[in-house]
Ligand binder design. Sequence first.
Ligand code: GLC
Length: 240
Amino acid sequence: LLGNPEATRRFKTAWERLPQSARPLLGYASGRLVQDVIDLLATRVLPWPDYIIGGVGTQIYDGQRKRPLNEFNQQFRDGWNLAKIELVVGNFPGVTRQPPRFLHPYKSSWYLHQATPETIAALEKQLAEAGLKVCVVYPSGRDLDVLPADTTKGGALEWLCRHAGLQLENVLVAGDTGNDASMFLLPGVQGIVVENAQPELIEAVVKVPTFNATRVMAEGVLEGLQHFGVIPVAPQPAVQ
Ligand code: GLC
């Protein structure tokens, strides 16, 4: 949704134009922490959402009640040892730590540039040998996230739907990187892949039916929303 401010504004307009009674619930699923997303939303670039999935699926925030769903985090307590993870990943060649604003007790995030799948597999092996049950996500050839086992944006979305009594068949997701793939792979969920998606997302979702937008970023999302009939027509950019 971000990256092209003009298109982001158009998304906001199109969304807010939907009559309240016909407007679906809106959620943002981000690699950023919930607080970071809230800070961004304070600038009013995007509509206020019903839910925020933050930290690559390690946090869920209820936008209607304005409170984190801490029940979600209880499942992470077993088998998670942040100090040990930091020791293993911190000693891995080429890895540097992400700044503190990207980290929280259930998200250990690092930078590792252009690592091969073999390198990531080697790191996963070291973590497993240290007795850690974690999930390694490596989108964009740069970001390396170590998360509690089985944690993904998709896992968080599934938990949220169960919690809120929503059917996966009624969920539409949109994304651009590999950390979005898990949401597209949930059974019943429909998806919009924007044109500027990373090859890793396209590869990961190749076997599931998705709508591949011809436009980038928020424009691609708008195109997909029109395709799925959520909005009547995607608003066009104002002629300069
Ligand atoms: C976002 C987060 C970063 C994370 C990345 C990939 O950029 O800020 O911490 O590593 O997404 O999930």
